[in-house]
Design a protein around this ligand. Structure first.
Ligand SMILES: Nc1ncnc2c1ncn2[C@@H]1O[C@H](COP(=O)(O)OP(=O)(O)O)[C@@H](O)[C@H]1O
Ligand SMILES: O=c1ccn([C@@H]2O[C@H](COP(=O)(O)OP(=O)(O)O)[C@@H](O)[C@H]2O)c(=O)[nH]1
Length: 260
């Protein structure tokens, strides 16, 4: 495994200076970061051209949260959010049925931890804290997978988690998703599913889950709104059996297959 993040400036230290994920999302990256993203954009242009003919980039977005007993943040009926809403589970079905290449941003980050890459330990701490890894890191990992894949249809799972993620992706890859799925799931169900997921993940515990939900609410809502305004967002009820949920998902992807 080679390091995809080759810049001498640590993206985590830039993030630390410029944002506190417990506070308001920042709207614009600082100049230095913009310049580095611009360089990434230039590097990616050939690739953008190569995928210019390809049609599908799909982002799967989780869930709506009902705040009840956990008292994570102030009360409201629902808002978009959601680890454990069943994105990965549905992605596997979409791959099987429609032949997409599944790219889970979380899995790509966990792979960096497992292979002790340059930022592995910082990524681990970020995930333990339920915070969002700097866009530069995540987008470069996604870019590498897309560039090395023979597939032309990508299902990007659990990304973008913030407007900054979205903007960095669109800038570096020169592409937008055709469709965005939004899984609507009560908070208590998400918590139940995460706590019984049993995959040995460092963030599948109540303490980190609370932080993840809070970060998700603050940073993901603008992304959901953005795609809703563009008419790309499709809301799926995440309650029911896996097959019942897939019956909502299937027609959306069947329709995408027609757009070639
Ligand atoms: N429809 C469902 N009903 C009950 N449990 C589910 C359902 N879909 C997924 N799960 C389970 O919930 C947990 C979280 O699902 P996962 O697909 O990993 O969610 P996400 O990718 O959104 O974090 C897993 O243990 C999975 O087996
Ligand atoms: O684009 C991403 C995707 C994931 N993560 C980090 O990885 C963790 C796990 O994400 P994943 O999508 O695997 O899990 P989920 O939240 O869906 O359970 C998140 O809480 C974040 O800390 C991130 O920073 N950026």
């Amino acid at each position: 495994m080679f390091d995809v993040i080759s810049h001498s400036i640590n993206p985590f230290s830039i993030q630390k200076q410029n944002e506190d994920q417990n506070e308001e999302p920042r709207s614009r990256p600082p100049r230095e970061e913009r310049e580095r993203e611009d360089r990434g954009d230039v590097e990616a242009r050939n690739f953008t051209y190569r995928i210019g003919f390809f049609q599908q980039i799909i982002h799967s977005q989780p869930a709506s949260i009902h705040i009840e007993d956990l008292e994570i943040i102030d009360h409201r009926d629902t808002y978009p959010g959601g680890p454990g809403s069943g994105k990965g589970t549905q992605c596997a079905k979409i791959v099987e049925t429609f032949g997409f290449k599944h790219l889970s941003a979380g899995d790509l980050l966990r792979r960096e931890i497992a292979c002790n890459s340059k930022y592995g330990s910082t990524i681990l701490n970020t995930i333990k804290e339920g915070r969002i890894v700097p866009s530069e890191v995540t987008v470069k990992l996604i870019q590498r997978e897309m560039e090395s894949s023979d597939n032309h249809k990508f299902l990007i799972d659990g990304f973008p988690r913030s407007e900054e993620n979205r903007i960095a992706f669109e800038r570096i890859m020169g592409a937008e998703p055709n469709i965005v799925l939004f899984f609507d799931c009560p908070e208590e169900e998400m918590v139940k599913r995460v706590l019984s997921r049993n995959q040995g993940r460092v963030d599948d515990n109540l303490d980190t889950m609370k932080k993840r939900l809070k970060v998700f609410e603050a940073w993901n809502l603008p992304v959901i709104n953005y795609y809703a305004e563009k008419g790309k967002l499709h809301k799926i009820s995440a309650l029911g059996t896996e097959d019942e949920i897939f019956e909502q998902v299937r027609p959306l992807f069947a329709a995408c297959e027609v757009i070639k």
